[in-house]
Design a protein around this ligand. Structure first.
Ligand SMILES: Nc1nc2c(ncn2[C@@H]2O[C@H](COP(=O)(O)OP(=O)(O)OP(=O)(O)O)[C@@H](O)[C@H]2O)c(=O)[nH]1
Ligand SMILES: [Mg+2]
Ligand SMILES: [Zn+2]
Length: 288
């Protein structure tokens, strides 16, 4: 029987099939192959006594490490105004990891009913100047949700961002019921309380959506130095115009990317972030 993994908890996977959702275990050999089933995986299962078993995982179209989810086509990257504060480094890391997986990206800033700070306006400007679609939402009131619904059609969309920004609230607003648990922010720490504990794939009228647990750090060092530059869409114009083929836009002379930073076409903060990640990669693999 064929199905799709909608949830995984403690070694059990919940597979949506034609006959409803079936609880399964994975065959031990997957572990030897270093392949673990992920939410979003298309699988073949068989029944052994009363227990479903995953026999086969179909090739993946995309594979995000964090949130761990397979076969999504689009990411709704969610941050909030002030509660919690926007972590710019994390936002940039999520963006490059989604780019690396060729996902369509929509950046949502939620809780626009709360006061906006100058720093936040700058971040929003920076993100929209790159060319990303930016939505400002009041998910609790349902404001901005219709434009999200439009984007869900024909896509498998993953919600990703820190805890407490309103990912589950967005999902509930889309389907107009309390499908997912939501949780208050810790006043003392100005942080979410990790209300969503497991990723879950949900089929809505408009398309598939994956709600995920919030996270505050993301290791991006699986991206290679050669590929990193392509995770910055605003570099695209300049790449190829550098003097040296194979230029990674760091110490090379006559670099078109660096020239674009000089003349303001590329945001200096984004370039600095690029160099920071490049250095992280080079720490793992001696590069120069
Ligand atoms: N002021 C305001 N609060 C909101 C809005 N949307 C969500 N919230 C609140 O933010 C808090 C966190 O919302 P959740 O939906 O649980 O956040 P989450 O991103 O799913 O968090 P995790 O599951 O922990 O990753 C809840 O108290 C929500 O009611 C909004 O538009 N405005
Ligand atoms: Mg949640
Ligand atoms: Zn260059």
């Amino acid at each position: 029987m064929r199905g799709i993994i909608v949830k995984g908890i403690g070694g059990f996977y919940y597979i949506k099939t034609e006959d409803g959702v079936i609880e399964c275990k994975a065959r031990g050999r997957f572990r030897y192959d270093g392949l673990s089933p992920m939410v979003g995986d298309n699988v073949n299962i068989t029944m052994e006594r009363n227990q479903g078993v995953i026999d086969e995982i179909y090739p993946r179209r995309s594979r995000l490490k964090r949130p761990a989810v397979a076969n999504v086509t689009q990411a709704l990257v969610v941050f909030a105004f002030n509660h919690p504060e926007i972590n710019e480094d994390l936002l940039n890391r999520i963006l490059i990891s989604c780019e690396y997986n060729n996902l369509n990206i929509i950046v949502c800033f939620n809780k626009m009913d709360l006061p906006k700070e100058k720093k936040e306006t700058e971040i929003i400007d920076m993100i929209s100047n790159i060319g990303y679609e930016v939505l400002q939402l009041k998910a609790k009131e349902g404001y901005g949700i219709d434009s999200i619904k439009e984007k869900l059609k024909g896509n498998v969309t993953v919600l990703c961002g820190p805890s407490g920004v309103g990912k589950s609230t967005i999902l509930n607003s889309i389907c107009r019921k309390k499908l997912m648990e939501t949780g208050k922010i810790s006043e003392k720490l100005n942080r979410g309380k990790h209300t969503t504990r497991h990723s879950q794939l949900i089929e809505l009228e408009e398309g598939f959506v994956v709600d995920t647990p919030g996270f505050s750090s993301l290791d991006t060092s699986d991206i290679t130095a050669e590929k990193l530059q392509y995770c910055f869409p605003e570099f695209e114009e300049a790449i190829g115009k550098c003097k040296f083929t194979g230029c990674i836009h760091y110490k090379e002379p006559k670099c078109a990317v660096k020239a674009s930073v000089e003349n303001g076409t590329i945001n200096k903060k984004r370039y600095d972030f690029y160099i920071k990640i490049l250095k992280e990669i080079s720490c793992k693999k001696k590069y120069w």
